[in-house]
Design a protein around this ligand. Structure first.
Ligand code: SF4
Ligand code: SF4
Length: 103
């Protein structure tokens, strides 16, 4: 599946990850400017708990052409969600993104 023609998961799931992965910590890499503190141990990608959700790092038109502004530095949950997985297909169904992508 071509994620650059989709983006559904970035507008469906909350994206939380450990503060130690933030770039304000030695060894961290996720730009904290794109996040909000959730509690003492977690950060959340801004926008992923909005209604409707949409990560602030997602650019473009969902289901057509998208990109992640921090792709090389995206947090663990984004790396772990596999294209074609049940979680992927659930998000795609929510937005009516066809399988496989068209266009
Ligand atoms: S929902 Fe699936 S195909 Fe779409 S961007 Fe996410 S992982 Fe890629
Ligand atoms: S950081 Fe990038 S890959 Fe992760 S939810 Fe946001 S736009 Fe999607």
């Amino acid at each position: 599946m071509d994620c650059t023609r989709c983006g559904a998961c970035c507008a469906f799931y909350r994206v939380d990850f450990h503060r130690l992965d933030g770039d304000d910590v030695p060894g961290g890499f996720v730009p904290v400017a794109w996040t909000l503190p959730l509690n003492a141990s977690l950060l959340r990608m801004r926008g992923t708990d909005a209604f409707p959700p949409r990560c602030v790092a997602l650019f473009g038109d969902l289901g057509q052409s998208v990109s992640c502004a921090i792709y090389a530095k995206r947090p663990g949950p984004c790396r772990e969600l596999e294209a074609g997985s049940p979680a992927c297909l659930k998000a795609r169904r929510r937005y009516g993104v066809s399988e496989p992508p068209t266009g």
